[in-house]
Design a protein around this ligand. Structure first.
Ligand SMILES: Cc1cc2nc3c(=O)[nH]c(=O)nc-3n(C[C@H](O)[C@H](O)[C@H](O)COP(=O)(O)OP(=O)(O)OC[C@H]3O[C@@H](n4cnc5c(N)ncnc54)[C@H](O)[C@@H]3O)c2cc1C
Ligand SMILES: *[C@@H]1O[C@H](CO)[C@@H](O)[C@H](O)[C@H]1NC(C)=O
Ligand SMILES: *[C@@H]1O[C@H](CO)[C@@H](O)[C@H](O)[C@H]1NC(C)=O
Length: 391
């Protein structure tokens, strides 16, 4: 019989909580490390924003959550539960279909209490090092200024990936002072640091991005701004006025900016803008992970990872939960990932050999190349490769 393992879970958001529950049910010994003073991760709204609104300063004090104040889920509550734990309407709760973020956090707190997970969590304890030494995983952590090491059989990384801003190639290019961004007199903010519309009152704002945050935030600020100009990277965009508000326009990519505040789009239009809001997504980052290059991040490809979870060389004792995005029903996906890892670690669901797992990853990368998909789409489950796998 496979002995029970001592497993470290890094992070107490949805991924960490479902993983802790699944491991506990399988009889493993679980320690959850959480750097904040409460569970819930992204769903813990924080009105504070970072000192560098673009998130480029490596020495800034990091705020984990990117939630804005008005956020409601983009899936109905029926799809926000776990496999065997539905997202029910609370007694005095909101009866709307798309719950507000406070309700999601309450749901997670109830889940954690009900399954006895709170007592497994070491709050205010940040993992600063995860390293394999002589077949054992050493987890280094910091509480206040105290650091300590503890030995584990396995580690599950559940740290989320919506905290470190990512900028599009154009903005990075401009920031490298090649195209006048240093002379641009306006403000620049990444959506990570957007909370409420008030600071946008009477401003002319250019929003870069095509994702849900770009659309959501544009609509919200358009109620107070003078104008909103949405700049999309998709190639077939024509300049047009959007019918969702009388002060919103759609544009192609930005072509250049200049010292008098003017932003010129590739479609030829230009506006004198006060603020550029970058809704350009996030970078994966695992600063604590020391695997001597066995698993790493290259242009937002975390890998190699078998099925977005197990690095073949270090499986099953190192794994990742919550890496995919645009995966449809995220909470269910995360719950299933957690349950799979727990079963693999207790020996009930053996993985293929290292070689087979590696071949599977290589095949996936090859299909992406064939379709011309860039690396940073690796974990987007809405890309053509993962939606239509070869049968
Ligand atoms: C603006 C926004 C809106 C979203 N809306 C939806 C939605 O409507 N529906 C939906 O399904 N999903 C939505 N998402 C996706 C959201 O990320 C997931 O719902 C979910 O929060 C992912 O959970 P997670 O546990 O993987 O990561 P997180 O929630 O990010 O949790 C990670 C945890 O790890 C902790 N941590 C990080 N590093 C360390 C460390 N070194 N040591 C210790 N602890 C650490 C963090 O403090 C945090 O508590 C949204 C995301 C964003 C940014
Ligand atoms: C995973 O950890 C267990 C328990 O420490 C150990 O017996 C096993 O050999 C490890 N597996 C690998 C592939 O390193
Ligand atoms: C994000 O990752 C990309 C690709 O690895 C990198 O070039 C960039 O500097 C990172 N940071 C930002 C803010 O884009």
């Amino acid at each position: 019989m496979t002995p029970l393992l001592k497993v470290a879970v890094v992070g107490a958001g949805i991924s960490g909580l479902t993983t802790a529950r699944a491991l506990k049910i399988e009889g493993h010994q679980v320690v959850v490390y959480e750097k904040s003073d409460q569970l819930g991760g992204t769903w813990v709204y924080n009105p504070r924003v970072e000192s560098d609104p673009l998130g480029l300063d490596p020495n800034r004090d990091i705020v984990h959550s990117s939630l804005y104040h008005s956020l409601r889920t983009n899936l109905p509550r029926q799809l926000m539960g776990f496999v065997d734990y539905p997202f029910a309407i609370r007694e005095n709760g909101d009866s709307g279909n798309f719950p507000c973020h406070e309700e999601v956090l309450e749901f997670l707190n109830e889940f954690a209490r009900e399954f006895g997970l709170v007592e497994l969590i070491r709050f205010k304890t940040e993992v600063v090092q995860v390293e394999l030494r002589n077949d054992q995983w050493i987890v280094g952590s910091r509480t206040n200024e105290m650091t300590s090491d503890e030995v584990f059989d396995a580690v599950v990384v559940c740290v989320g990936h919506h905290t470190q801003p990512r900028l599009d190639e154009f903005s990075v290019f401009m920031l490298q002072k090649l195209q006048g961004m240093e002379n641009w007199p306006g403000k620049q903010i990444h959506s990570h640091n957007y909370r409420v519309p008030e600071p946008f009152q009477d401003q002319i704002v250019v929003v870069i991005g095509d994702g849900p945050s770009a659309k959501d935030i544009s609509l919200e600020i358009s109620k107070v701004t003078k104008q909103v100009h949405l700049s999309s990277r998709s190639p077939d965009i024509k300049i047009c006025k959007l019918d969702c508000g009388d002060n919103m326009w759609q544009h192609s990519k930005i072509d250049h900016v200049d010292g008098n505040g003017e932003v010129t789009f590739q479609d030829g239009a230009s506006v004198r803008a006060d603020i550029i809001l970058h809704c350009t997504g996030f970078n994966y980052t695992f600063p604590f992970l020391k695997t001597e290059g066995i698993v790493g991040v290259d242009d937002n490809r975390v890998g190699p990872l078998y099925k977005h979870i197990f690095p073949p060389q270090l499986a099953p004792n190192l794994s990742f939960v919550g890496i995919p995005y645009q995966s449809g029903v995220l909470f269910l996906m995360i719950d299933l990932q957690a349950k799979w890892i727990a079963l693999v670690l207790s020996g009930k669901a053996p993985l293929p050999s290292k070689e087979e797992m590696m071949a599977d990853v290589q095949e996936y990368y090859r299909c992406m190349d064939d379709k011309g998909l860039p690396k940073h789409y690796t974990h987007c489950l809405r890309n053509e490769v993962s939606q239509f796998p070869k049968l």
